[in-house]
Design a protein around this ligand. Structure first.
Ligand code: AMP
Length: 296
């Protein structure tokens, strides 16, 4: 069946009634790449009716310049989604998501406080609000999220659990370029020199994973190991590298719990590269990650 495109609220309410079987939902901001398509592929394999939303959500941008230059490639995105046999694509407008007089926010308090939350004030409040709205509209059985945005997974997991959303979160491993760089819509803003430096982030994570595999559990030593490698990059600035617990995203002194998460952000020019690894590495499958992130 041809992919349905929904761009107004009343037709969504009407069409929702006709969706048959388990509904899988993939929220995106468009500019789709192989990472997004992997989420769609996993959703296709686990659910009956796959819904993808494309909405560049203004409330999750703390910098208006970042919002203005966010890549928009709608026609190409639609062709890709059609070729991945998506059933329904939602294209909400800002008026639809934020009607006049809008004044209700959904905010998780602790999980988003540090790391990305500290660098991007208001970002996670925008994410939780828009995803809560989308979940209410789509009424999905499962929502598919990328491990790449680990703090987003932790925050949305907390929201879904605390507010009793009937949706299960499935977590999909990070898709990477051949040299290990995590795919991101923002990579296109890297200069040639910055792109050449970018693999240092993944190399540092993998090297720290190797130290962990050989038995090192002291978070300070794991961090120092990673920072030495990261700082060898001549043009990047490390915003943070830390060892945190799953699923609550709190820094730990000892990485004794299993699983554990290494999180890092490297600033290259104006581009913030995010990456992370769940340890032990064999947990980096949909089942392993989904289980690691489950609350309760
Ligand atoms: P975005 O369009 O950036 O909001 O991302 C939409 C979804 O795609 C989020 O769940 C992201 O975590 C996920 N995603 C982004 N990049 C990747 C990647 N390289 N691998 C897997 N999932 C990704």
């Amino acid at each position: 069946m041809a992919m349905r495109r929904i761009d107004d609220l009343s037709s969504l309410k009407w069409q929702r009634k006709n969706w048959v079987g388990r509904v899988g939902f993939v929220p995106t901001m468009g500019a789709l790449h192989a990472g997004h398509l992997e989420l769609v592929h996993v959703a296709r394999s686990m659910t009956d009716h796959v819904v993808v939303s494309i909405f560049v959500n203004p409330t999750q941008f703390n910098d208006p310049k970042d919002l203005a230059k966010y890549p928009r490639t709608l026609e190409q995105d639609l062709a890709l989604l059609e070729s991945y046999q998506v059933d329904t694509v939602l294209l909400p407008s800002s008026d639809w998501m934020y009607p006049q007089g809008f004044q209700t926010w959904v905010e998780v308090l602790e999980v988003p406080r540090a790391y990305e939350g500290a660098h991007r004030p208001g970002h996670f409040r925008g994410v939780t609000t828009v995803v809560a709205k989308l979940l209410n509209l789509v009424q999905a059985d499962a929502m598919f999220l990328g491990q790449k945005d680990a703090q987003q997974v932790a925050t949305l997991q907390r929201m879904v659990y605390d507010l009793n959303f009937p949706t299960q979160i499935k977590v999909v491993p990070t898709m990477r370029e051949a040299d290990g760089v995590a795919l991101s819509s923002r990579n296109r803003f890297l200069s040639v020199a910055e792109r050449q430096q970018a693999p240092v982030l993944y190399r540092s994570l993998m090297s720290t994973a190797e130290l962990y595999r050989t038995g090192e559990r002291d978070a300070q030593r794991l961090r120092e190991h990673a920072l030495t490698l990261l700082q060898s990059s001549a043009i990047g600035t490390v915003e943070y590298f830390d060892v945190v617990s799953l699923p609550d995203f709190l820094p730990v002194h000892q990485a004794d719990e299993r699983p554990i998460l290494l999180v890092s952000t490297l600033l290259l020019g104006k581009v913030r590269l995010l990456d992370n690894l769940v340890l032990p590495l064999e947990l980096n499958t949909v089942e392993g990650l989904t289980h690691a992130w489950t609350l309760g």
